[in-house]
Design a binder for this molecule. Structure first.
Ligand SMILES: N[C@@H](CCC(=O)N[C@@H](CS)C(=O)NCC(=O)O)C(=O)O
Length: 237
């Protein structure tokens, strides 16, 4: 089997979606950390398309956007732990959950990892540690990164109508818990794209207090451990 190449930022929830799906399906992937300022490591992308991560290269194909990447992976490796349910109702539920991860969960997460100064400084340290920076840029990210990230978080909070970021996250997690219900996974007894997307996005904040807060919810914590166990068992990397 060929190796997928994943161009990523370590604190990007969309990149974590891809890693979760690849782990569950047992795919080998190689990470390339992209410098968020220059993005110099990105491969050539079609004119006019956003220079954003994640980008995946596989077997001569370059795919952008986490949702398109998960679909590409599913098309190529549909047989190994299929992630799209055959049942129409479940399939649309899974699609709805993936869209919620992109449009809501992944939008709220930066507000809890950069929302306070302490959080923003920590996030800047993680970015500096995991990005392809030279010594000078590394220093700049540590110093200036917190400021920028904090501003980004404030803008998202404003755009979403204001309020406490942790309360915003709690409201989103209520939705996820309702989707899980009494089941093992979001679409019942089988793991799906919805689990990969939501688990991946939450893994992005695993080193931050908001993750521990989320894990105070017994049903959510049990689901998270279940998906984590599957990732650990199937992971090829
Ligand atoms: N819809 C895209 C969103 C990707 C995205 O927003 N990536 C962010 C990092 S989390 C990015 O690359 N931002 C860089 C930029 O906007 O310049 C996906 O699902 O992949």
């Amino acid at each position: 089997m060929h190796t997928l190449t994943l161009y990523q930022f370590e604190l990007c929830p969309f990149c974590h979606k891809v890693k979760a799906a690849a782990d569950i399906k047992g795919l080998v992937y190689e990470k390339v950390d992209v410098n968020p300022y220059t993005k110099a490591e990105l491969p050539e992308l079609p004119e006019g398309t956003p220079r954003k991560v994640p980008v995946v290269q596989y077997d001569g194909h370059t795919v952008q956007d986490s949702t398109a990447i998960l679909d590409f992976i599913e098309e190529r490796f549909g047989d190994t732990t299929p992630l799209l349910p055959k049942d129409d109702r479940l399939r649309s539920k899974v699609r709805e959950i993936e869209a919620w991860v992109d449009d809501d969960l992944a939008q709220v997460l930066p507000t809890v990892i950069y929302g306070t100064w302490g959080e923003a400084v920590k996030a800047a340290q993680v970015t500096a540690r995991t990005s392809n920076f030279g010594p000078m840029q590394n220093l700049m990210v540590r110093a200036g990164g917190s400021l920028i990230m904090h501003q980004v978080a404030k803008r998202i909070v404003k755009r979403r109508g204001g309020g406490d970021p942790h309360a915003m996250l709690a409201a989103e997690l209520d939705k996820l818990e309702a989707w899980i219900g009494e089941d093992d996974f979001v679409a019942g007894s089988e793991v799906s794209l919805g689990d990969a997307a939501a688990h991946g996005a939450l893994t992005c904040i695993k080193d931050f207090p908001a993750h521990a807060e989320a894990m105070q919810r017994p049903r959510l914590a049990a689901w998270y451990s279940r998906v984590q166990a599957l990732r650990d068992a199937n992971r090829a990397n």
